[in-house]
Every structure is written in structure tokens, then in C-alpha cells.
Design a protein around this ligand. Structure first.
Ligand SMILES: [Zn+2]
Length: 275
């Protein structure tokens, strides 16, 4: 098997992409190596030994591991890396067990706003629930890069799967990024993105457009479930993607219910005349 490539992204950042490409992961999960002296690894990815070997070959002096969230394509590599090195891992936990890497046990739980100061650089922790309740982004202050994990991906739409995923929180967490001075986005999947604030705005408006479609589909049907509404709301999407679309559709319905714009009876969501 061909060794995975190490791409120099900036003076302080290198990227290695795991060989787990799929419809969910695009070209594969990006692992970032931050620093040249002491290296911080962000998201060691899935438990793939060749990927871990590539990370180890690229950096002789790994000091710590940071995890954006604990989905199976981001954090199981922590365990393999720790088999080789006596280093700590940091991140956040979730109560959810569905589609989660339950092997992740961080040495310490990170907090929103915390600054991890190294000799060469500092990383600021930003809690960004939405894709997952325990999702974190990290800002490399010196280069104004933000590592967004699955909060923002390049080339595909982030899946918001309730109950651990939450659309209201997702949109708030996108708004939150606009409080920071940022130059570039280093996503968990896909290539570097420019103009972080514009990207965040675009995603918010795209999500709110979809929300309008959910609202009008429910108005037309007067009541419904993700199952009954998916064809109407995602008429621009290939039906093979409906299983994923239904998760996001449920997330939109929950948001509209949280916003008290629609109601819920049993499993059904109900359109209601306002005023
Ligand atoms: Zn991912």
C-alpha cells in the first residue's frame, strides 16, 4: 500500500488524510499536525494502522492529541496512537452512544474558551455543538486558521442527526465563529476553505432556506413525519440520499418545534396557523 501523503498547509500546519473516503467522509478524514518542534495532533481519525503509522513517521515529537468530536471517523485512532506513545488526549464527551467512539477517554475535558499554549503556537478551544453535542473547533491564533472537524466540511453538507445533533445549536455555533478573527478553515473532510465568516453565513442561509421548505411542506400536508415529508423537502436530492436527508429533516422539524413555530403530537409534527 502506498504511504499516505503529508501535505504542508502553512508554516505550522501539515495534513495527512486517512484512507477512509466514502459518501460520508469525502476524500477521507483529515488529521492535522500542528507545530514543528512539539507537535499537536488534531483528530487521529479512524482506527487504521497505516494512517497512524503515517502520522508517526511524519512527527517524531508528538506532545498531545486533540479531538474535535467522537464520531468513529475522528477519534478511534487515539487508542492506536497511545499504544505507541505515552501522551495525553483532550476533548469533550457526550452521553450519546449511537454512532460514537465509546473507547475515547480523554485525560482532561476541554472547556470553551480555553487557550492551549505551546512554545511555538497557541490553540483556542471553541465549543460548537450541532453536528455533535461534544463538538469542538480549535483556532491556531498565530495563523488564524480554524480546525472545524465536521462543524464545517468542504464539498459536502454536514449531517445533523438528532438527538445528539441539533439544528438550533448548529446554526448558533456557526454564528459563534463570526466572533473570531479567522483567515482560513481547515475542515475535517476536504480542502482548505477561504473566508471563514462568509462560509459560515452561506451555510446558515442554506440551512434557513431548507427550513422554509420544511415549513411550507408541512403547511401543505398540515401534518407529517420525516418519512412522509422527505420527497417534498428534498426534491433536489437523489433518492439514494433520502436516509441521510431524513435525519436532517428531523433536525429541522425539532428546531421549528423548539422555535414554537410548529407543534408535535406523538410522532407527527403539526403545522399551526400563527396569530
Ligand atoms: Zn467526520
Amino acid at each position: 500500500m502506498e504511504a499516505e501523503k503529508v501535505i504542508q498547509i502553512s508554516p505550522l500546519i501539515r495534513r495527512i488524510t486517512a484512507g477512509n473516503g466514502s459518501v460520508f467522509t469525502g476524500p477521507g478524514t483529515n488529521t492535522y499536525l500542528v507545530g514543528n518542534e512539539d507537535v499537536t495532533v488534531i483528530d487521529p481519525g479512524p482506527a487504521m494502522q497505516d494512517h497512524i503509522d503515517a502520522i508517526l513517521a511524519a512527527s517524531k515529537n508528538i506532545k498531545q492529541i486533540l479531538v474535535t468530536h467522537t464520531h468513529p471517523d475522528h477519534s478511534p485512532g487515539v487508542r492506536l496512537l497511545k499504544n505507541k506513545l505515552d501522551i495525553p488526549a483532550y476533548g469533550m464527551l457526550t452521553n450519546s452512544t449511537k454512532n460514537q467512539d465509546t473507547t475515547f477517554s480523554p485525560e482532561r475535558i476541554l472547556e470553551d474558551g480555553e487557550l492551549l499554549e505551546e512554545n511555538e503556537f497557541s490553540l483556542e478551544v471553541v465549543h460548537t455543538p450541532g453536528h455533535a453535542s461534544n463538538h469542538l473547533c480549535f483556532i491556531l491564533k498565530e495563523e488564524k486558521f480554524i480546525f472545524t472537524g465536521d462543524h464545517i466540511m468542504s464539498g459536502s453538507t454536514v449531517v445533523i442527526g438528532p438527538p445528539d445533533g441539533n439544528m438550533n445549536q448548529y446554526i448558533k455555533s456557526l454564528e459563534k465563529l463570526k466572533n473570531y478573527d479567522l483567515k482560513k478553515i481547515a475542515p475535517g473532510h476536504g480542502d482548505i476553505l477561504e473566508n471563514p465568516h462568509e462560509v459560515a453565513d452561506w451555510i446558515i442561509s442554506h440551512r434557513l432556506e431548507r427550513e422554509k421548505k420544511v415549513f411550507s411542506a408541512l403547511k401543505e400536508a398540515s401534518r407529517g413525519t420525516p418519512e412522509s415529508l422527505v420527497e417534498r423537502v428534498y426534491d433536489d436530492v437523489d433518492s439514494s440520499l433520502f436516509p441521510i436527508a431524513k435525519a436532517s429533516l428531523l433536525a429541522h422539524l425539532i428546531k421549528l418545534e423548539e422555535d414554537k413555530v410548529i407543534a408535535k403530537e406523538g410522532e407527527e409534527y403539526i403545522w399551526q396557523e400563527l396569530n
